[in-house]
Write a protein that binds this ligand. Structure first.
Ligand code: NAG
Length: 204
C-alpha cells in the first residue's frame, strides 16, 4: 500500500497538486525505514512539494532531513562519491529557495555552504556560481563579520574559475583595498541583484 501511496504522490505532484503530494509523502515518511528503496525519493518529493506550496518551515525540516541522510554513513550511496557529490549539489541548488524565503535562511545558508566542508567542497568543484548567493547572505548578515573573512578566502581561491560583480566587489574591498574599483562594482551589483531571482526576493 505504501508503494502505491508513493506512486500516487508522484502522480499528484506531476499533475501540479503539490499540497496533496506533501500529505501523501508525509505518511510515506512516517512508515518507511531509511533503507527502503523509496525513502530517498519520498524525502526529495516532499522537500520539493513543500517548496512549491511555499511552506518554508516544513521545507527547512525536510532540507535538514535530506542533509542528514546524505551525510550519514552508511547510506544507500555506499561510498559512491560521485553520487554523493551529485546529491549534495542538487541539495545546494534546491535549498536556495528555502534560504532566501525563510526568516532564518540568511543565517543557515552560511552554516551550510561556508562551514560544512562537504558542501563548500561541492560548491568549489561543481557549482562555484553559488558563491554569489553565499556572498549576498554574508554581506547582509551584519552579525557575521568572521564569516566575511572566511568567505573572502574562498572567493580568492575560486577567482580563477568564478567571479561576478558581487564577488569582485568583496575582492576589491577586502583584498585589493581598491575603493574606486569597489564603487564601480557596487554599481554593477545593483543590476545583478535586481535581475537575479534569489536576491530579488529580499527586495520585494
Ligand atoms: C488538490 O487535490 C485535493 C484533493 O483531491 C483537492 O481538494 C484540491 O482542490 C486540489 N488542489 C488543486 C490546486 O488542484
Amino acid at each position: 500500500m505504501i508503494d502505491s501511496l508513493h506512486k500516487l504522490a508522484k502522480y499528484r505532484y506531476e499533475c501540479g497538486n503539490y499540497s496533496v503530494s506533501t500529505s501523501y509523502l508525509y505518511f510515506c515518511m512516517l512508515v518507511l525505514p531509511p533503507n527502503d528503496k523509496n525513502y530517498l525519493s519520498s524525502l526529495w518529493g516532499k522537500f520539493a512539494s513543500e517548496i512549491l506550496v511555499q511552506n518554508w518551515d516544513s521545507a527547512l525540516e525536510d532540507l535538514n532531513k535530506l542533509r542528514e541522510y546524505i551525510d550519514s554513513s552508511p547510506n544507500q550511496f555506499g561510498g559512491n562519491s560521485l553520487q554523493l557529490l551529485q546529491q549534495r549539489t542538487w541539495l545546494i541548488h534546491w535549498s536556495l529557495f528555502v534560504f532566501f524565503n525563510h526568516a532564518m535562511g540568511r543565517e543557515l545558508i552560511i552554516e551550510m555552504f561556508l562551514y560544512r566542508p562537504h558542501y563548500l567542497n561541492a560548491i568549489q568543484t561543481m557549482c562555484p556560481h553559488i558563491l554569489r548567493y553565499l556572498a549576498t547572505a554574508v554581506i547582509i548578515n551584519r552579525g557575521r563579520r568572521s564569516a566575511l573573512k572566511d568567505l573572502v578566502k574562498v572567493i580568492q581561491q575560486e577567482s580563477y574559475t568564478y567571479r561576478d560583480p558581487i564577488t569582485e566587489f568583496l575582492e576589491h574591498l577586502y583584498v585589493n583595498f581598491d575603493f574606486d574599483g569597489a564603487r564601480q562594482k557596487l554599481h554593477e551589483c545593483q543590476t545583478v541583484l535586481f535581475n537575479d531571482f534569489f536576491p530579488y526576493i529580499l527586495f520585494r
